[in-house]
Design a protein around this ligand. Structure first.
Ligand code: NCD
Ligand code: ZN
Length: 343
């Protein structure tokens, strides 16, 4: 049986939610990943260092202590975030990065940034202090086609942004297009990107296979096959600019199978296994360790994890749902096969 042992990976983009939902999902992430960058899009949003510290305590109270999981916190950038909060974050020892949601772009983004120039003073403080800016890179202009939102955001916002702040550490989160890949490749070294397993494995046809498939609806939305192959090439290229970020985004089944369903895929129960499938598909399993366990830590200036994790080539069937607060949650691959498992 084929086995693959790699340094224990970290997840550089995860939604852990709060309350009963947090308790339902956090151990799926913690059993695979030592550390995770935790998104701040709660309601209300995590906008201050004090909120992040309290949220971190709630995560640590919910997680199985035997897993030694370390949540790395982020702050939610708003039009009003003062430069002083960025400085407090830089000195906090718990907040690792600041997340930029364009207002209206995705789940709980209403308090996000309405116009990029309004947050230039806060971004200047990030550049000066070396605090990474994590960007949900999609325009919210309703006239722009939903499949072009990433490409247009690059042109309108990111190109001017990196010209104005050339030393800013920036992560282009959940990259989904070939234009995004090209942007990151040609940007300076301080610009990197996370890639999800689902965008490496699926194209937009998955949303419409024999009917509408709400569990394949996420943001940024799945794109054409030519984009998926560009993402996979970037992931297996060995470039340290591209690293793992699952964007596991759990929503109760009732909120997904709905007339106006929520965006997000719950991938945490088989995240690393799905990345292994993608890398195997590209004949590049030897590149998985750098992508999953080395490059992200390097970007964030953290040491590599000391322990290892072993993947075994062995097929198992994902349950059709898991318990989730007062509803259930449907994971990716529900009732379908996963081709790797964790030993
Ligand atoms: C995320 C969520 O549900 O919080 N949804 C998603 O589709 N990825 C928000 C986000 O990262 O856009
Ligand atoms: Zn996300």
């Amino acid at each position: 049986m084929q086995r693959l042992s790699i340094t224990r990976p970290d997840d550089w983009h995860v939604h852990l939610r709060d309350g009963a939902a947090l308790s339902a999902v956090v151990n799926f992430t913690a059993r695979q990943f030592r550390r995770a960058i935790v998104m701040p899009n709660l309601a209300p949003a995590v906008t201050r260092v004090a909120d992040a510290a309290a949220y971190r305590d709630r995560i640590l109270a919910a997680v199985d202590p035997a897993l030694h999981f370390e949540p790395l916190m982020t702050l939610y950038l708003t039009d009003q975030t003062p430069a002083s909060e960025i400085i407090a974050a830089a000195n906090s020892g718990i907040v690792m990065a600041i997340k930029l949601y364009p207002a209206g772009a995705t789940t709980h983004s209403n308090a996000g940034v309405t116009e990029i120039t309004r947050v230039y003073p806060a971004i200047a403080a990030m550049e000066e202090r070396g605090v990474p800016l994590l960007v949900h890179a999609e325009t919210t202009d309703p006239h722009v086609d939903v499949f072009d939102r990433e490409k247009v955001y690059i042109e309108r916002v990111l190109v001017p942004l990196i010209a104005r702040f050339p030393k800013l550490k920036m992560v282009f989160e959940h990259l989904t297009t070939k234009e995004g890949v090209a942007f990151v490749q040609h940007a300076p070294r301080n610009v990197a990107a996370t890639l999800t397993a689902h965008h490496l494995l699926y194209n937009r046809n998955a949303m419409f296979q024999g009917g509408i498939r709400p569990h394949f609806y996420c943001l940024p939305v799945l794109k054409r096959e030519e984009h998926r192959t560009a993402l996979l090439s970037a992931a297996v290229s060995g470039s340290p600019k591209f690293f793992l970020g699952t964007d596991t985004a759990p929503h109760a089944r009732g909120k997904k199978e709905h007339a106006c369903g929520c965006a997000g895929m719950f991938t945490a129960p088989c995240a690393l296994e799905l990345y292994a499938e993608a890398f195997e598909q590209a004949n590049a399993l030897d590149k998985l360790e750098g992508f999953a366990a080395h490059f992200g830590a390097e970007f964030y200036g953290l040491p590599r994890n000391p322990d290892k994790i072993t993947l075994v080539k062995d097929t198992w069937t994902m349950p059709d749902h898991y318990a989730f607060a007062d509803d259930v949650i449907v994971p990716i691959r529900a009732n379908e096969q996963v081709r790797w498992r964790i030993a």
